[in-house]
Design a protein. Structure first.
Lengths: 123, 391
């Protein structure tokens, strides 16, 4: 079963990250590297990425004159998507267990969502 | 599948078993066999299949095994001793295949790893083929296989007799999982995707027959028989009651019915045999209306004792409602303790619809549609709901 783990940042977590020393930030990144290595070894990580800060977001909408982009949302947005994991693991419980290892989970802003599949059982 | 591919898949476990017996070290032997299979898949279609294909593969894999060993160690003397030893003799197939399956389904491995390793080491599939079949990247499957092989590195090839029954049960579970993965995949999937149902049936056929092994084979054949009818031309799911039974595979049904009839009369009953017996009752009904639901209900009553579980409880309610009417079915559904699984809502919706509660049925179909993780199921449940909302 595939699951997406969505990691959200918020102004507090962002301030905390920006206030860290280089060593602290390196330790944080090393922690993620270890998590990724573990999930690669168990064959459960399909892909994971860390996203740029929300300042670089472009919102796209299609109107009468074709696609248009606007910038934002900006940092004052309460919560923003900061990264994600796409996992293939045995159960929802296992996906939640993995999500629990993500440091941001301590701030209560990590979500696990099952991925819809093309498998259908007979009715 | 071409003739060469079929032959290679059939020989793969026998060659691997011969090597593991001769040299030990499951992981390096498996690597060597994969290389030999690859070499054969390139050479044989061009140069023709050798006179003794199994012997060719064993010799080639043995050479690869020695080359690997040579590159791993500098101990010259041992190398020469090993290199001068004759390659192993081919050995009988069935027992070795079972032993390999028991090893691939070792309890120290996770279920996804057991599945991946079984398909590669016993099924002779490539990592890429397994990855396509499960719709995950090749690297992910590759990681699972190499980790599984590392974990099995020190395992002996033989197994204590006392452990056999429980280990065989794990093998059957893995093969059934491979089958259901293939069976529930919607049609029109990726090109060149290996048919996991065919693969699972082929692997079960290699096990010593009898009891639950035969039950599982019958269950797979009887389920696979319905495959041509379970999805329509547009890819939408067709429920069992609405399937065009003339499209069911008559040969699979005949074999499945014959197997399960023999198994039930000659061995102690088990969950796969009971499920196969239920599938046989469906298969033998000429139309949905002819289905012997009383017989099916009796079989579910037995299954509930032998292998209780939420899906058995739910399917028994469906049979109960067919025998005693939708209102009695709804009362039965309310009396059993089931989680908020989408199939519970789907069954409730169906029974409400049959009992004439159109609005209740529509609500329940929509609830089920919101809870399923399957796009084809969602489409089916939504269309049931919207059909009921028409004036």
């Amino acid at each position: 079963m595939k699951y997406v783990v969505l990691i959200y940042g918020n102004p507090e977590s962002r301030t905390a990250w920006e206030g860290m020393s280089d060593e602290q930030r390196a330790a944080g990144l090393a922690y993620y590297q270890q998590l990724n290595d573990d999930l690669d070894a168990s064959g459960e990580r399909i892909v994971s990425e860390r996203l740029a800060f929300p300042e670089l977001t472009k919102q796209v909408s299609v109107g009468d004159i074709g696609p248009m982009t606007t910038d934002g949302p900006f940092a004052e947005a309460k919560e923003f998507l900061a990264g994600f994991y796409l996992l293939d693991c045995e159960s929802f419980e296992r996906a939640v267990e993995i999500a629990g290892r993500i440091p941001e989970a301590a701030f209560g802003v990590v979500e696990v969502r099952p991925v819809m599949g093309l498998h259908g059982t007979e009715m | 599948m071409t003739e060469v591919e079929g032959l290679l898949r059939e020989l793969a476990p026998q060659v691997l078993a011969a090597l593991v017996r001769r040299y030990g070290g499951f992981d390096t032997c498996e690597d060597a066999v994969q290389e030999a299979l690859l070499a054969a898949s390139l050479q044989w279609p061009v140069e023709g299949v050798p006179e003794h294909p199994k012997g060719w593969l064993i010799t080639t894999a043995s050479r690869r095994r020695i080359e690997q060993w040579r590159s791993e160690t500098a101990r010259q003397r041992r190398e020469e001793a090993l290199a001068s030893a004759p390659p192993p003799e081919p050995v009988p197939g069935v027992d070795d295949t079972l032993t390999l399956l028991l090893l691939c389904c070792h309890p120290s491995l996770t279920r996804p790893s057991q599945v991946a390793l079984t398909l590669r080491a016993v099924g002779g599939l490539t990592t890429a083929e397994i990855a396509r079949a499960f719709l995950v990247p090749e690297a992910t499957i590759g990681q699972r296989i190499s980790r599984a092989k590392r974990l099995l590195r020190g395992e002996r090839f033989t197994l204590p007799e006392a452990e056999r029954p429980s280990r065989l049960a794990a093998v059957l579970q893995v093969l059934y999982l491979i089958f259901t993965e293939g069976h529930t995949a919607s049609s029109g999937g990726e090109l060149n995707r290996v048919e996991l149902t065919t693969e699972a049936i082929r692997l079960v056929r290699q096990l010593p027959p009898g009891g639950e092994v035969t039950g599982l084979l019958a269950l797979m054949l009887l389920t696979e028989a319905r495959r041509p009818a379970r999805v329509d031309a547009s890819g939408a799911l067709v429920p069992l009651a609405a399937q065009d039974r003339s499209r069911w595979n008559a040969a699979f049904i005949a074999e499945g019915v014959s197997l399960i009839t023999t198994a039930l009369s000659t061995s102690p009953v088990g969950p796969y045999q009971l499920q196969a017996a239920i599938a046989a009752v469906h298969a033998e009904a000429l139309t949905a209306a002819d289905t012997d639901w009383a017989e099916i209900l009796t079989l579910y009553d037995l299954l509930r004792v032998v292998a209780p579980g939420p899906m058995v409880t739910l399917n028994r309610v469906v049979a109960y409602a067919q025998v005693h009417g939708p209102e009695a079915g709804l009362a039965e559904l309310a009396s059993v303790d089931l989680e908020s699984h989408h199939r519970v809502a789907a069954v409730r919706a169906h029974l409400l619809e049959l009992s004439g509660d159109v609005e209740g049925a529509r609500e329940a179909y929509l609830t089920a549609a919101r809870r399923t993780l399957s796009l084809p199921e969602q489409a089916y449940l939504q269309s049931r709901a919207s059909r009921l909302s028409r004036p």
